[in-house]
Ligand binder design. Sequence first.
Ligand code: FMN
Length: 326
Amino acid sequence: MSFWDNLSKPFFVMAPMADVTDVAFRALVAKGGKPDVFWTEFVSADGLYHTREISKMKDDENPLMRDLQFTEEQRPIVAQIFSSKPEMITYATKLVAELGFDGVDLNMGCPDRSIEKQGAGAALVKNPKLAVELIRAAKEASDLPVTVKTRIGYNKESLYEWLTALLEANPAAITLHLRTRKEMSLVPADWEQMKRAIEIRDRVNPNVLLIGNGDVESVEQGKKLALETGCDGIMIGRGMFGNPWVFAGRKPEDTPLALKLAALVELAHNFEKIMPAKNFAILKKHIKAFVTGFIGAAELRARLMGAENANDIEKIVQATTATSSI
Ligand SMILES: Cc1cc2nc3c(=O)[nH]c(=O)nc-3n(C[C@H](O)[C@H](O)[C@H](O)COP(=O)(O)O)c2cc1C
């Protein structure tokens, strides 16, 4: 039994997103409306081993350990790790268990070349045998529930073979990003495949929860998709951009601009306070997302992009709201 067994369906979870779902952004989402499960960004299991055990880097100076920070309000929280080596998965799973995470997720969907070159991420879709070994290694390393996030195929859809192999390894849940590796994020997610996935799951291993992912922008849309496909949960990624209230049921257009700008200022301060070592430029993604869709947005964005710290952002926002009608 784990927290996964106690979620009412359909549940809504945060997608792991590199340089987005860090501890600072998660704080904003926790305040705006909690998802049923939080997720970290992906972290290299090999990197954790090398920095801690070989280079003997101190944890408080280690950028990978910084990516594994979380606060109590961000629970339940799953740490996502990647590797193609079972012994590295063992190492990193033990570590995230010690750090107090509620679950560990294995990335088997990332199309980034540097990750695929290591045989990790989406490359595992071509190597189900190794994928199963990695799941086993994670399950044996601790009591944490183990989950997998992946795609529906590599060059073409291969759901039957791939999902069957994963189901037989009996993870607590599998998230399916409903595109192949080749499709990257260039075509719409194929939710029809989720219906097939459910059929396969019901036949092979009904104990495993299936989470659908791809192009969901609101809880309302997600509930509809869950009803149509029968999936247990919905994962939202880009729908959180500029809308940390998404899990509370809000659509981007529901939030007045002044509140969006206030959230951006809060995020900038969170960023500086909680993770000062991380490049402030990462905030630019959020500036683009929050400051959009109104007259004068481009101009304000340009000014905010020149900011160097949270106080600059706050001053620019204050000056704009004081002198204009937005
Ligand atoms: C900026 C960015 C970073 C991402 N980082 C990760 C990651 O670290 N791990 C992962 O499994 N997927 C990652 N993804 C994929 C998302 O988790 C998700 O599968 C994808 O964006 C599709 O869902 P969406 O349409 O709701 O955004 C990332 C996507 C984006 C856009």
